[in-house]
Design a binder for this molecule. Sequence first.
Ligand code: UN1
Length: 513
Amino acid sequence: MKSIKEIRDETFERLGLKEENSGVFYGKWEKYDPEKSIEVRSPIDGTYLGKVSVASPEQYRNAVVKMEKEFVEWSETPAPQRSLAIKAIADGIKEKKELLGRIVSLEVGKVTTEGQGEIQEMIDVGYFATGLGRQIYGLTMASERPYHRLYEQYIPLGVIGVISAFNFPSSVWSWNAFIAATVGDTVLWKPSSKAALSSVAVMRVIEDIMVKESIPGIFALVNGRGREIGELMAEDKALPLISFTGSVKTGKHLAEKVASRLGKTILELGGNNCAIVSEKADMKVALKGVAFGALATAGQRCTSTRRVIVHEKIYNEFREKLKNIYEKAKTGNPLEDGIIVGPMIDDDAVSNYEKAIAKAVDQGGRVVTGNKVLERKKGYYVQPTIIEARYGMQITKEETFAPILYMFKYSTMEEAMKIHNDVPQGLSSAMFTTDLREEEYFLSARGSDCGLANINTSTAGAEIGGAFGGEKDTGGGRESGSDSWKLYMRRQTVTKNYGKDIPLAQGVQFKIE
Ligand code: UN1
């Protein structure tokens, strides 16, 4: 097995990355600034990966102005043509999938298949956007007046701000950017400062494709801290919409700021996703679904399964079988074959893991397996943990970005649903059952209160074709598939009179002669 340094060198060379990279791009790359840079180390073993310089307020402004300028022509380019540009970008990313996935793995510690999956998600949404270019529909209504036409049209908003999180450092940007660009917007991206390198790699690949295919410079990248660049974006009237993925706390702050200037937001905030396992579940399917949801990305997905509610009749059997899976699941270098659980993103994440378990035990929880920090100097590794919990424990209502799974027991569907919904967050949910009535209960108004509901599959790992997002503290936003594109446009109701008089609506008379 090659060292992380060797893998880094090879991948950097093939992608044209340097040790010191500018993290600011708007049609051209700003010069690397050693005074303002982020040092990137791999959470796999602490290997130094390189540096990425961040945007100054002035560079930020330049990037916004450039995106405003590009918007004028881009918004007038026919949508089917725009969507072909996105197709070319998706094709180009496909060619570099392996390399880009590796950068994601190196920087945020995803196991190989998940790093590759992340890039696949970009390609998928790119092809979704390709079709969308010919499906931007509005409705035509019957007018109450003679010789009148009443319909709605969708018009691009302008420059869209995207603030993405470390855990999906490229795909969540593409959910927003590829859809927004297809409908005619330009996009300014501020990635997480924990995933600066991935953003540079993605933008380098896209830049090459844009030059080759003569695609105008509709994407800008402004690396920087949330406190600086994020704040500038929140206050900036030039950004009619900001799509934000991250914590509830930051999301609320951002939403308030943007709302105070009457701007729009798409929020994808915390999740506290739960799976219900019925006594009528297919045990194999349920075990795999819950284990994947809880262990994938080391529990650092918004969609990670954090709670499981198991029917009392199969509770002990399920717990023991799941414990077995956990104890066999290998934790370690995510680029090695057979590793299921990679590292945590940083030392803070390890501390949060420790604190949450300590609180859970303090509040009456019992550790079934796990509760061990494996390494926190050369990389950040923890043992995935299962905790038997009781309904009402405060810690189980909070989102801890770590592989910690709380287990509950239930006897009736009413009871299961009560536990399930009694958390502030509402992103993803799952029910494992082969009983049609239970399934429909789960999907009814009395059932899951989340934006995503899964039957016999995991809370994590959504496809791009559906609208992605959640309710309550998750923020209510929707991104990616279905009709999420509407959020990147403004709806205009058009009334057209082609008659020789002006009849008024509601029969109102207006006599001036
Ligand atoms: C996230 O964690 O912010 O559904 C996004 C999933 C992925 C996306 C997660 N397709 O798990």
